[in-house]
Design a protein around this ligand. Structure first.
Ligand code: 1DF
Ligand code: MN
Length: 351
């Protein structure tokens, strides 16, 4: 151990964790009911069939911690020197559900519960809204309520909704609401759609280990290459897990995108106003959730700029106090570290 972890800024910065998960009992029960009835997709069966029932130490800890928006969470933050947490309803939110009414009710109730927790711990907890993308118009209205009545700071969408992606026209009300309300759109993983998951469950690679990044990076590339950020130039897309690997590959993504355009290979790909580098430096924000890994953080800072990379712990899925010490000791300039831990989150979430 190199140093004690304390809240309050003893190292010259506050620590703000930006991808922190909670569940509601109603959400949990609805997902587990789908699984019991054999109606959940393969990705949900794999994830929540495991997290919902396994007696292992890891899953028991995660279940208990997800359902707590009180003292257990505050204690964990105190123990790891986390001053503030930006909280969102855990993956898959409502997005694996089929009943529209139930999805809306779980999102609305989750937002109310989160609002109550933020009021109880006003300098510790900050909210991102849950929505029900299966009903885009309702979701747009809920985003307005989240911003104007609940004082929330963003929205978390757990990637695809029954295999559908936010660049599809039916979801435009959600994108427009994010842009109009100036709410960052955090795209978080969930289980992969049935038509993508292949044999990933069979080989044990569908979850956070690998499949999540495949599917969310695909989602982000769809938004980027179909011109969402030309339609909404102020929209800010947040991606966790080291920006789901994309900055590492940005040269090739951009080169092949341009090559495809030049040769007219795909009718759906139309020329954009800018190259992909531009969007990564103007519309994409990254967190290092799950990746307390210097090379990844430094690459993101180099590729996207020091104003666009933020800290996240991914509590309770990756609760490792030592990770905070490694990030404190990261070999980057102090000014960059302060942006990473504190001021970028304050700026982009408007805390
Ligand atoms: C896991 C990770 C599962 C994250 C999650 O939802 C999740 C995991 C079920 O470790 O299996 O949201 N995560 O955010 O990294
Ligand atoms: Mn997460």
């Amino acid at each position: 151990m190199t140093h004690e972890l304390k809240t309050g800024g003893d190292r010259g910065y506050l620590r703000i964790a930006t991808e922190e998960a909670f569940a509601t009992q109603q959400q949990f029960d609805a997902i587990m009911r789908l699984i019991k009835e054999g109606r959940a997709d393969k990705g949900t069966q794999s994830l929540w069939g495991f997290y919902g029932t396994s007696p292992s130490e890891r899953t028991t800890f995660i279940r208990e911690r997800l359902l707590d928006l009180g003292e257990l969470r505050i204690q964990a933050m105190d123990d790891t020197g986390i001053d503030k947490a930006v909280l969102a309803m855990t993956s898959p939110g409502t997005q694996t559900l089929f009943d529209v009414e139930e999805a809306r009710e779980i999102a609305r109730d989750g937002n109310d519960q989160l609002k109550a927790a933020c009021e109880k711990y006003p300098d510790r907890f900050y909210g991102m809204a849950a929505v029900a993308p299966i009903d885009p118009e309702w979701s747009a209205g809920e985003l307005r309520r989240a911003k104007e009545e609940l004082g929330f700071h963003g929205v978390q969408i757990n990637s695809h909704t029954h295999g559908h992606y936010l660049d599809e026209p039916q979801f435009d009300p959600i994108l427009r609401a994010c842009a109009d309300l100036d709410l960052p759109l955090y795209i978080h993983p969930q289980g992969l759609p049935d038509d993508m998951i292949g044999d990933m469950v069979g080989v044990g690679l569908d979850g956070a280990i690998f499949g999540f990044a495949v599917e969310v990076s695909y989602h982000a590339m769809r938004l980027l290459t179909t011109g969402v950020f030309d339609r909404y130039p102020n929209l800010q897309l947040m991606l966790g897990h080291g920006c789901e690997g994309l900055p590492h590959m940005l040269y090739r993504l951009d080169y092949m995108h341009k090559a495809g355009l030049r040769s007219g290979r795909y009718p759906r790909l139309k020329p954009l106003q800018h190259d992909l580098f531009h969007y990564f430096r103007n519309n994409v924000l990254a967190t290092n959730s799950g990746l307390p890994f210097g090379p990844a953080i430094k690459t993101m800072i180099e590729v996207m700029g020091e104003d666009r990379v933020m800290y996240a712990m991914d509590y309770p899925y990756q609760y490792v106090p030592d990770e905070v010490r490694w990030m404190d000791d990261l070999e980057i300039p102090f000014e960059q570290k302060k942006k990473f831990f504190q001021t970028n989150a304050e700026r982009w979430f408007k805390l």
